[in-house]
Write a protein of this length. Structure first.
Ligand code: PEP
Ligand code: MN
Length: 344
């Protein structure tokens, strides 16, 4: 809350306002502007009627400036949230950014999934992604292997030690998916499925919340607020591009600035998915680099053992070889692995 004083307010009137605020166990910060004096009210609970303050002599206006996303806001929680996983992997703050890779969807060919998982492990990644419950634009497209897909992911984890990220579309599936996944993904289309967000807030697994295709940053943060306010503080945000009218060159438009904006206004970790943001293989590496430079805590990239025959999103999926080359570049940028000194 800020109190804007009239331009001719006397110092006695200012003192009275300050005393009023301090009596409520709140602190003040006085900013002397060129024409107006502004008094900022500092404290997390304002248990008084702001109209009382507005009615004091010399007060021109009282403005509430508290952001609507209270729990995800950096104002309420200045320190970065770091989401911790069972094997010591951490996402957020000053931790090294993570790489999350895997196919768009888990397919029948588990050998293909394992090929990607082994490559991911070899390149120092920590997470394997893959949809078992798929949100598809058309009801006639492949909808995912469901529990069988989850079992494949769990097998890949057993063999490689990679953590598993997979999407949950419905509150009814949370219990089943939680049995297999380490990080529960909310897809872009479900960013404002408030029942799902609340239910994910009532369980303990960390949540990866993707930005809706047409969501503003405020709506994105408010969606995260649903999860936090329902009891789960372990939320990782994911920028995945928003709708663009120019679909000729890019599937969506990657909002790289959103990464830096979110890091400024929220304490939650934020990663980037350049695959869905661009839909183009050649853009994955430069957009991953841009995202990491902007402050992303990780990138999530679609990789398929044979993109030409992928059931979903083959055009944007890197092959294993392409992924390895990109991972080398990103690892070097992150500073996780210095290939020049060969201290792998
Ligand atoms: C995905 O990551 O599998 C996916 C479907 O992406 P999005 O929800 O961002 O479209
Ligand atoms: Mn996909």
């Amino acid at each position: 809350m800020i109190v804007i004083m009239e331009h001719d307010a006397t110092s006695e009137q200012v003192d009275k306002v300050v005393k009023f605020i301090e009596k409520q166990n709140l602190k003040v910060q006085i900013n002397n502007g060129e024409t107006l004096k502004v008094i900022a009210v500092i404290g997390d609970k304002c248990n008084f009627n702001p109209n009382l303050l507005a009615s004091l002599d010399g007060v021109r206006e009282v403005q509430k400036i508290q952001e609507p996303y209270k729990l995800v806001s950096r104002i309420s929680h200045p320190k970065d949230t770091i989401v911790k996983f069972p094997n010591g992997v951490k996402i957020g703050g000053l931790e090294k950014p993570v790489l999350i890779v895997g196919p768009c969807t888990v397919e029948q060919d588990i050998e293909g999934l394992l090929k990607v998982a082994y490559a991911a492990k070899e390149m120092g990644c920590h997470f394997l992604r893959g949809g078992a419950f798929k949100p598809r634009t058309s009801p006639y497209d492949f909808q995912g292997l469901e529990e069988k897909g989850l079992q494949y992911l769990a097998q890949a984890r057993e063999k490689t030690g990679l953590l598993v990220v997979t999407e949950v579309m419905d509150t009814m599936d949370i219990a089943l998916i939680s049995k297999y996944a380490d990080l529960l993904q909310v897809g872009a289309r479900n960013m404002q499925n408030f029942k799902l967000l609340k239910a994910l807030g009532r369980q303990k697994k960390p949540v990866l919340l993707k930005r809706g295709p047409a969501a503003t940053i405020k709506e994105f943060l408010l969606a995260a607020e649903y999860i936090l306010s329902s009891g789960n503080p372990n939320v990782i945000l994911c920028e995945r591009g928003v709708k663009t009218y120019d679909t000729q060159f890019s599937r969506n438009i990657l909002d790289v600035a959103a990464v830096s904006i979110i890091r400024k206004y929220s304490h939650l970790p934020i990663i980037v998915d350049p695959s869905h943001a661009t839909g183009k293989k050649y853009l994955i590496e430069p957009m991953s680099k841009a995202s990491l430079v902007a402050g992303a805590h990780g990138v999530m990239i679609e990789v398929h053992h044979n993109p030409d025959i992928a059931m979903c999103d083959g055009a944007q999926s890197l092959s294993v070889e392409q992924f390895k080359n990109t991972a080398k570049v990103l690892n070097k940028l992150i500073g996780r692995i210095d290939y020049d000194n060969k201290n792998l």
